[in-house]
Design a protein around this ligand. Structure first.
Ligand code: C2E
Ligand code: CA
Ligand code: CA
Ligand code: CA
Length: 277
C-alpha cells in the first residue's frame, strides 16, 4: 500500500510537469502566431427584433499550423495570464479599424464590438494608443464598442471611471460583457459611463424552460431599462429564446440562430442579410 501511494505521488508530479511544459510551448507558439499570420478576427452579427444586423462582435481565432484550431477559451486565458493579451489586444484594435473601414466602403454603417481585457485597459498609454489607432485609420470612436467584464470594476474604480470618460469623449461606447456572472456589486452601474449590458449565454440558454434563469434575464432587462442601458443577449440559439427576448424588449440578439462567427470578407461578399425569424 505504501509503495502504491508513492507511485501515485510520482504520477501526479509527472502529470504536473507535462502540464507546465504544455503551457510553455503553447505560450511560445501563441507569441509567434501574430507574426506568422495565424490569428484572424471573425464577425458575429447582432440583430434587432426584425432580424436586421445592427452591429457585430469581433472574435479572435487562432488557426495554428501545428495544432489546428485552438479554442479562445484556452488561448485567451493563457494570453491574459502571461500578459501577451496586451499585444494581441493592440492588434485586435487595429484590425477592428481596418474592418470598419471596409464595412463602411461596402455601405454597412453599424458599430463593431471588441473584447477589451482588463490588462489591456489598464496599460498606462491605453487611451493614447486608441487615439492613435483611430487617427491612423481615420475612424471615429463612434463606430466602436468596447466590451469589458465586471472584473475591471473590482479595484481602482476612480481611475477606471476617469479612463472610461476619456474614451467616451472619443465616441467609444462601453458594454458590460458576461453581465451577472462576475462578483462585483451593482453599485458601479450608476457611476460608470455605460451604454449597454450583454446577457451571458449561460442565462440565455435557460430561456424559457428554467424559471430561475428566465427570471434573471427578465430582471436584467428591466433593470437595464431603468438605467437607460441597451441590452444585447448572447448565445441565442432557438426561436423560443428569441421570442421571449423580443417580447421583453431586448434591443438586440446575437447567436447561432442568426449567424455563426464569420470571416469579415465572407460577411461582406455575401452581404449577409440576417432574416427575421
Ligand atoms: P464572449 O466575449 O462571451 O463571446 C461569446 C462567445 O460565445 C464566443 O465564443 C462565441 O463564438 C460564442 N457564441 C456565439 N453565439 C453562440 C451561440 O449561439 N451558442 C453558443 N453556445 N455559443 C455562441 P468564442 O469565440 O469561443 O470566444 C470565447 C471567449 O474568448 C469570448 O467570450 C471572449 O471572452 C474571449 N475572446 C474572444 N475573442 C477575443 C478578443 O479578441 N479579445 C479578448 N480579450 N477576448 C476574446
Ligand atoms: Ca464578448
Ligand atoms: Ca459570454
Ligand atoms: Ca467574455
Amino acid at each position: 500500500a505504501k509503495s502504491a501511494g508513492r507511485n501515485q505521488i510520482a504520477f501526479f508530479e509527472g502529470n504536473m510537469q507535462t502540464e507546465v511544459e504544455h503551457r510553455l510551448t503553447l505560450e511560445r507558439d501563441l507569441a509567434k502566431a501574430l507574426e506568422q499570420n495565424e490569428l484572424q478576427m471573425v464577425m458575429q452579427a447582432q440583430v434587432n427584433y426584425a432580424g436586421v444586423a445592427v452591429g457585430a462582435e469581433l472574435l479572435m481565432r487562432w488557426h495554428s499550423k501545428e495544432r489546428g484550431m485552438v479554442s479562445p477559451a484556452i488561448f485567451i486565458s493563457l494570453a491574459e495570464e502571461s500578459g501577451l493579451i496586451v499585444k494581441l489586444g493592440d492588434w485586435v484594435l487595429s484590425e477592428a479599424c481596418n474592418i470598419l473601414k471596409s464595412l463602411q466602403l461596402e455601405g454597412h454603417h453599424f458599430p463593431l464590438s471588441i473584447n477589451v481585457s482588463p490588462k489591456q485597459f489598464r496599460q498606462k498609454d491605453f487611451v493614447d494608443k486608441v487615439t492613435a489607432t483611430l487617427a491612423a485609420q481615420e475612424i471615429s470612436g463612434k463606430n466602436l464598442i468596447f466590451e469589458v467584464t465586471e472584473g475591471l470594476f473590482i479595484d481602482n474604480l476612480q481611475e477606471t471611471i476617469a479612463r472610461m470618460s476619456k474614451l467616451s469623449a472619443l465616441g467609444i461606447r462601453f458594454s458590460i460583457d458576461d453581465f451577472g456572472t462576475g462578483y462585483s456589486s451593482l453599485n458601479y452601474l450608476k457611476r460608470l459611463p455605460l451604454y449597454e449590458l450583454k446577457i451571458d449565454k449561460s442565462f440565455v440558454q435557460d430561456i424559457p424552460g428554467d424559471a430561475n434563469g428566465t427570471a434573471i434575464v427578465g430582471s436584467i432587462l428591466s433593470m437595464a431599462k431603468q438605467f437607460g442601458l441597451k441590452v444585447v443577449a448572447e448565445g441565442v440559439e432557438t426561436e423560443e429564446q428569441a421570442n421571449y427576448l423580443i417580447a421583453n424588449d431586448c434591443d438586440s440578439m446575437q447567436g447561432f440562430l442568426y449567424s455563426r462567427p464569420t470571416a469579415p470578407d465572407v460577411w461582406m461578399a455575401n452581404q449577409i442579410q440576417v432574416k427575421a425569424q
